[in-house]
Design a protein around this ligand. Structure first.
Ligand SMILES: Nc1ncnc2c1ncn2[C@@H]1O[C@H](COP(=O)(O)OP(=O)(O)OP(=O)(O)O)[C@@H](O)[C@H]1O
Length: 256
């Protein structure tokens, strides 16, 4: 049995606006396991991003609990929560959100200087290795505005792992990319996962979800289904098609 990294116990989240209470997540129980590439799918507005933000301590919960390695994080002080997010979690969003006046290399290295117990030189070495791994060597000293959307998102993926996080949370990481850049970012995420990186990714896109070895289906704030798949291997078109067909059939059975 794989160790559990994150666990939600009867997690509920609602928002109050203009006197109206919107229940977004209702009594969600789930675990994220070490080494897994977990995808969260579901219709628009089903609560996928909210779930990701609650699991990663980016947002507070209304009821229930979130545990990181067995310890509750729901009542951590903001400073401790910020420390946990910086040291243990990585984040990738739909937009790269790079710092505009830092180069790609600096965007990767600067958050790395927060890593406890690591020297600046060691951080620079990690950032350099990530630049190579993300195929950014030719652009590392350019500002984000001088690079393409795909290069910026590869940089954001590198930034998310510079501190060796226990888990990377990705919210529609390819949502703003064209097909070629989507495939590149997915390949990088798969490569990271194959090397042991745990990932939890929200996506609408079956072509993205098939890269995961576990897919959760959220509807109206409730997990309605779960599909376990063998780990994804870079394969030929037939392999990808067969995997997509399996996921599509499962989604159809859930009235996707
Ligand atoms: N800060 C907020 N205040 C009020 N309502 C919110 C807030 N954030 C999200 N919601 C509502 O919660 C519901 C779920 O939103 P969420 O973004 O989690 O869904 P989603 O499944 O990720 O949707 P999408 O696929 O369209 O991105 C929506 O009805 C949304 O309007």
């Amino acid at each position: 049995m794989k160790p559990i990294i994150i666990q939600a116990e009867r997690l509920s989240k609602s928002y109050a606006a203009d006197g109206v209470q919107t229940h977004v997540l209702s009594n969600v129980d789930l675990a994220l396991y070490e080494g897994d590439f977990t995808a969260v799918m579901g219709p628009s507005g089903s609560g996928k991003s909210t779930l990701l933000y609650c699991l990663s301590g980016m947002d507070t919960v209304t009821a229930g609990d979130v545990l990181y390695r067995g310890s509750s994080i729901t009542s951590l002080r903001e400073q401790d929560m910020a420390e946990l997010r910086a040291q243990r979690f990585g984040f990738v969003f739909q937009q790269a959100h790079l710092v505009s006046n830092l180069t790609l290399f600096e965007n990767i290295a600067v958050p790395g200087y927060l890593k406890a117990g690591r020297s600046a030189a060691a951080t620079r070495a990690v950032a350099s290795a990530l630049v190579d791994r993300m195929d950014l060597a030719g652009d590392a000293h350019h500002l984000p505005s001088q690079t393409s959307g795909g290069q910026q998102q590869r940089c954001a993926v590198a930034r998310s792992v510079v501190n060796g996080p226990d888990v990377v949370f990705a919210d529609e990481p390819t949502g703003a990319l064209n097909r070629a850049n989507t495939l590149e970012v997915l390949s990088l995420l798969c490569e990271l996962n194959a090397a042991g990186q745990s990932i939890c990714m929200v996506t609408h896109d079956v072509q993205c979800a098939v890269r995961a070895n576990r897919i959760l289906y959220l509807e109206d704030g409730v997990i309605k289904g779960e599909l376990d798949l063998p780990a994804y291997l870079e394969g030929d078109a037939a392999y990808l098609k067969a995997r997509e067909a399996q996921v599509n059939a499962w989604l159809s059975s859930l009235s996707w």
